[in-house]
Design a protein around this ligand. Sequence first.
Ligand SMILES: Cc1cc2nc3c(=O)[nH]c(=O)nc-3n(C[C@H](O)[C@H](O)[C@H](O)COP(=O)(O)OP(=O)(O)OC[C@H]3O[C@@H](n4cnc5c(N)ncnc54)[C@H](O)[C@@H]3O)c2cc1C
Length: 465
Amino acid sequence: MDIATLKRELDGLKIEDNEKIVQQKSRDFYWYSPVLKRQLDHISGDLIVSPKNEVEVVRVLAACHRLGIPVTPRGTGTGNYGQAMPLSGGVVLSLAEMNEIVSIASGRVVAGPGAIIADIDRATRTHSGQELRLHPSTYNTASIGGFIAGGSGGVGSINFGGLRDFGNVLRLRVVTMEAGPRILDLTGEDLHKVTHAYGTNGIITEVEMPLTAAYDWIDVIVGFDTFMGAARYGNALACQDGLLTKLITPIAAPVPQDYFKRHQRFFRPGQSICLVMVAPHALDAFLAFTRREGGEVVFNAATEEDKKGLPPAFELAWNHTTLRALRVDPSITYLQSLYPFPNQLALVERMDAMFPGEVFSHLEFVRFDGNITCFGLPLVKFTTEERLDEIIRLHEENGCPIFNPHRYTLEEGGMKQTDEIQLAFKREADPQGLLNPGKMIAWEDSSYDYHSSKTFLFKGLQRAG
Ligand SMILES: Cc1cc2nc3c(=O)[nH]c(=O)nc-3n(C[C@H](O)[C@H](O)[C@H](O)COP(=O)(O)OP(=O)(O)OC[C@H]3O[C@@H](n4cnc5c(N)ncnc54)[C@H](O)[C@@H]3O)c2cc1C
């Protein structure tokens, strides 16, 4: 890899080649998984390049294409499957400085890929009382481009579904990895080519996202004697069409007591909880509904006097639940599961009972193709990789698909099948396979059997290791 020539060709651009900093910026939250930690700990790029605008992105891609140097895009590196880690070395392309909020109009915002999600919301709220429809729990740190390329959904998915659902991204401007990089404006069906593709088939240089009315969401925590009490309540609340909520998260005891350090004083021993974000105008009706359902309000941000130092409820939810647990007990890891509609509660009950003391239930209610159902992000007391695989197998045998967070490839972390649209676009937009190598199995090995129960091993990674 001719890094010296590349540096000369990129003269005038912001480049970082200090080994320590390069290694630090070659990492994300891969260490969430003991499996990825073992596999990816040694990974580092050769150079960090931080373009300030699209013209500079085109320059980097053209030079890297000419020299055959891999390019791995990076937002702020909060992905937790090693998505932004350069498995074949080369350039880590940091989009963080392309963070301009370009324009805001009724129902839409245009921004650079590096804009931090919370900064976009601050601007749209001030401009016209609007906010993004959904965001990851890394609201305060993640970039919008990284969310679109690496995330799937989050806070707000209870109303709007997932990131890849029609209408949740309006337009993406994408630069291809060719001798003469092309600049494409993708809309409608074409958006599926690059959303959640881990940056393997194009660099997003501008995003246009839909907006919805902004509220000063109120955090409420409702306590229950049993986890299934919290789960049934969460399901019933999600089905209340008149109550505007943004987050409904049942979590089993003893997770809140053991890991939510700042909120601990609100929970009784053995109490399971449901975290809720509710719109201010819906609060009275929500409290009436909660009373009727037998829930005990243990925390209400609207009336609580001592809120000093408390994180927002969404920073206890989605992948933040695992982060809080890991900070207390490094042996904790997690899974991502789906409990398909209409049997979600029966499946939750079965899986919750299956691994006492080893797996602790955590649900996120979402609207999925028009129906209310839930994803699971259960915490797992990690013992061995074999046992983790067995827990995954038992979920799948019982009808709960697992999106395996212990794999770095798109397919193994997703639906375990080739995404033909993304693959076809990669052939067109990155014919040399230089964008984020090793993350799309369909590109690396077209005959790979996703159901072989083996882990895909990227050949380049074996060489690096
Ligand atoms: C504590 C915690 C909580 C989380 N909660 C959620 C959650 O609620 N929902 C959720 O979906 N995810 C969640 N995640 C995962 C992650 O935070 C999100 O996916 C996040 O939006 C990633 O943004 P980022 O800027 O950090 O992207 P990065 O990690 O930097 O990149 C993510 C992927 O996108 C690619 N990429 C980045 N920028 C571009 C670009 N401009 N063009 C093309 N490709 C690009 C990268 O190569 C990488 O593959 C969580 C992670 C953590 C650690």
